[in-house]
Ligand binder design. Structure first.
Ligand SMILES: [Zn+2]
Length: 405
């Protein structure tokens, strides 16, 4: 979906009623949509195309011009002097940052959700905020410099983390994947380091948001995103809004017990889903049983794609365990879409099949009768795309109105 989203500042006078404001916004949308569909137009042509009066069009054009969204030029049309209006490229940008256990990815978007730059660095497992935040600042400087983007154009930075974050403050409540980050007031630390407004969110939540915003699941009413990586997390999106709790902890499906008296989990419980399903577990099992090969996540993906029977069997079994924890979620929510993402997704067909077979077996058939179960179509950039989208949403909330078509 390439919905062009542009913004205009609402300068509604006090006396405006809600309905007058809504009418004005609708008229602005019509003008912007006409310019986008038909290209540059004179004010008179815009009035004819939208059915608005020339006075209304001219007032809207003045307002859009002050916010830099349109540009005007004098022209001669049918032998008469007139004003031609064209959409100006929106100079504002957002940046998404995805910080994982062993990577940091940065993505720049313009206000129309078009990517203009991306960077990826590998991080040492166990990295700490005091090392990673200055590196993030350095990466942001590099990204902006490389693409000639002035920092003043950055509306907001969205940051994805494999951790539970307290709403408002951004304090890391729980971070099993990034143990050295627990308890850090990350909102303030990131704002200081990056020098731009920052919004933070759990990475699985942002995966859900990204799929709502783009790809084959775009616009899904209810979407469950399952991220299988070092841990297992779930993000829930309802009509593009994320489900958030007051504690900041949601989607902890990795700690749903799926085996009675199973292996001890680091959370203190036994038989949690994460004791059976994670890249750590999968790679560990393969290193132990097939030491002749050098196993890591990309190697597992390659083997799965090559049809390695044992690897696909392990992935299928992991999918079955996922399905055990996901079936009650499906009974509870009856979601339209369940999307499986994370670094295994590229070779994750067997993982998906095991999960779907188990959910179909254990959930009420009617709850999943219309559910589309799929591997992510956004690859490993889902979380960072979600971070960009969150940054756009956050900046659009602060006193501006979204004008889109
Ligand atoms: Zn656990």
């Amino acid at each position: 979906m390439t919905t062009m989203a542009v913004r205009t500042r609402v300068v509604a006078p006090q006396r405006d009623t809600g309905s007058q404001k809504a009418l004005r916004e609708r008229n602005i949308r019509m003008v912007v949509a006409t310019l986008r569909a038909q290209g540059p137009r004179t004010q008179a042509a815009l009035a004819r195309a939208t059915g608005l009066s020339t006075g209304t069009v001219s007032s809207i054009v003045r307002e859009l011009e002050t916010t830099g969204l349109v540009a005007t030029a004098s022209t001669i049309s049918s032998g008469r002097r007139s004003v031609e209006v064209r959409l100006a490229p929106d100079p504002r940008v957002v940046v998404g940052v995805d910080i994982g256990r062993t990577h940091m990815r940065m993505l720049g978007w313009d206000a129309g959700r078009r990517a203009w730059g991306e960077q990826l660095v590998q991080l040492a497992p166990g990295h700490e905020p005091f090392e990673t935040l200055p590196l993030a600042a350095e990466m942001l400087d590099g990204l902006l410099h490389e693409h000639h983007v002035d920092r003043s154009r950055v509306l907001c930075c969205g940051v994805a983390l494999p951790a539970s974050l307290e709403p408002v403050t951004g304090r890391v409540v729980q971070a099993s994947v990034l143990p050295n980050w627990a308890g850090v007031d990350l909102g303030e630390a990131l704002r200081d380091a990056l020098g731009v407004p920052v919004v933070l969110e759990n990475d699985a939540n942002l995966g859900a948001l990204a799929h709502y915003g783009a790809g084959q699941h775009a616009g899904a009413h209810s979407l469950v995103y399952v991220k299988v990586a070092t841990g297992v997390g779930v993000g829930l999106s309802f009509d593009g809004s994320l489900y958030r709790s007051t504690t900041g902890i949601t989607g902890e499906i990795g700690h749903v017990p799926v085996v009675d008296n199973g292996e001890l989990c680091y959370c203190g419980n036994r038989g949690c889903l994460e004791t059976l399903v994670s890249t750590r577990r999968l790679v560990g099992d393969l290193r132990r049983t097939r030491p002749e090969r050098t196993w890591d996540v990309p190697e597992v993906v390659r083997a799965a794609q090559d049809g390695d029977v044992m690897v696909n069997r392990l992935l299928y079994d992991a999918g079955v365990a996922l399905g055990l924890a996901l079936a009650p979620v499906c009974n509870l929510l009856s979601p339209d879409d369940v999307v499986l993402g994370g670094p295994l997704a590229a070779g994750g067909q067997a993982l998906l099949e095991g999960m779907v077979a188990t959910v179909r077996q254990r959930a009420l058939p009617a709850t999943t009768g219309r559910t589309d179960f799929a591997l992510t179509d956004l690859g490993e950039t889902a979380e960072v795309q979600g971070a960009c989208l969150l940054a756009l949403q956050a900046s659009l909330r602060s006193g501006d109105v979204l004008v889109s078509n």
